[in-house]
Design a protein around this ligand. Sequence first.
Ligand code: GCO
Ligand code: MG
Length: 404
Amino acid sequence: MKIVDAKVVVTSPGRNFVTLKLTTDDGLTGLGDATLNGRELAVVSYLTDHVAPLLLGLDPHRIEDTWQYLYRGAYWRRGPVTMAATAAVDVALWDIKAKAAGLPLYQLLGGASRDRVRTYGHANGRDIPELLDSVRAQLDEGYQAVRIQSGVPGLKAVYGVHSTDDSGSAVLHQQARPLVEDWDTDAYLRHIPAVFDAVRSEFGAELPLLHDAHHRLTPVQAGRLGKDLEPYRPFWLEDCTPAENQEALRLVRADTTTPLAIGEVFNTVYDYQTLITEQLIDYVRSAVTHFGGVTPLRKLFDFAAQYQIKSAIHGPEDISPVGMAAAVHLDLAVHNFGIQEYSGHTALTNEVFRHAYTFTDGHLHPGEAPGIGVELDEEMAAAHPYEAAYLPVNRLQDGTVHDW
Ligand code: GCO
Ligand code: MG
């Protein structure tokens, strides 16, 4: 079998998605997600200008070899653009291999280790009453674990909170420049324990509650927050510091027993080396889409398993249904699965990307369709072309740019 076509499809059925479609001389097709939120066209160029020409004529069954060829062969290793492009190729090849075998991908990854995949949803409120309503709405949708994010008194715009549509999804900023949000760490640290207190009082002790600090704290601030939240037993505190400084997590870990989750912006195992070998975190958060695909993410999970660290694949709405499908197959198969983030997609997105995975009672299942189980409707995709859009940026009240 040979790859005879490699095509990149960019579509915006509400937000931008980048998809690689590979076709073989047998007529099999494979899809891979290459969406890098706010920097989409850089990956499109990487794929169309530099990768697609190399794929023509290759044997699609040689997944490991192709991954190494793209990773080592480029000389310039790592980085989100390279690894998103590599991920798309890797997932498309797994899709083809599983279709050729007539099996759903999870069967090629060792088969199911569980019956279904536990997820968490997103609850957001500008204030505590609005957040409580949002948690209730998530529970009504079937979620059995919820991430809680709240506006902070005195701040006008906090990421993921003010900018939500009726479904609770972050609204895409389709404009020429990023939206500017504001930030005050002290105000945030004072407010969040009260948020947990209110949610626990309303929904009881058992509901798993998660919180995302979006890289905004210093290690000492993160330790303080983790300690203040301990009475509320959070499931985890996510991205408490900008963790490219891995050693910083030693300080946080020394201060708190609140479980820590990190890694959605990481793209290779080297970003995690100290965090894993010193057991400084509890969950690894990388997405199939940004970590180079199923091949390296499976290796990361096996490495993490030696240290009792679990998987928690990044799954916001900017991971396309193609990336989500690949994640759910991996979730079902790996032993050290922790939880899967899942905020769902708009109805239109689900029409453009028809998928076999299903969501019931807060759990996902990848379905039994051969491959990853996603079909791309290229006509519909073409009817919703790319629109320039940015993630917001974050400034302190004196105007200084802050980690968002
Ligand atoms: C999460 C993330 C998202 C990211 C977004 C960036 O935990 O789901 O932090 O909200 O900000 O995916 O593209
Ligand atoms: Mg996050």
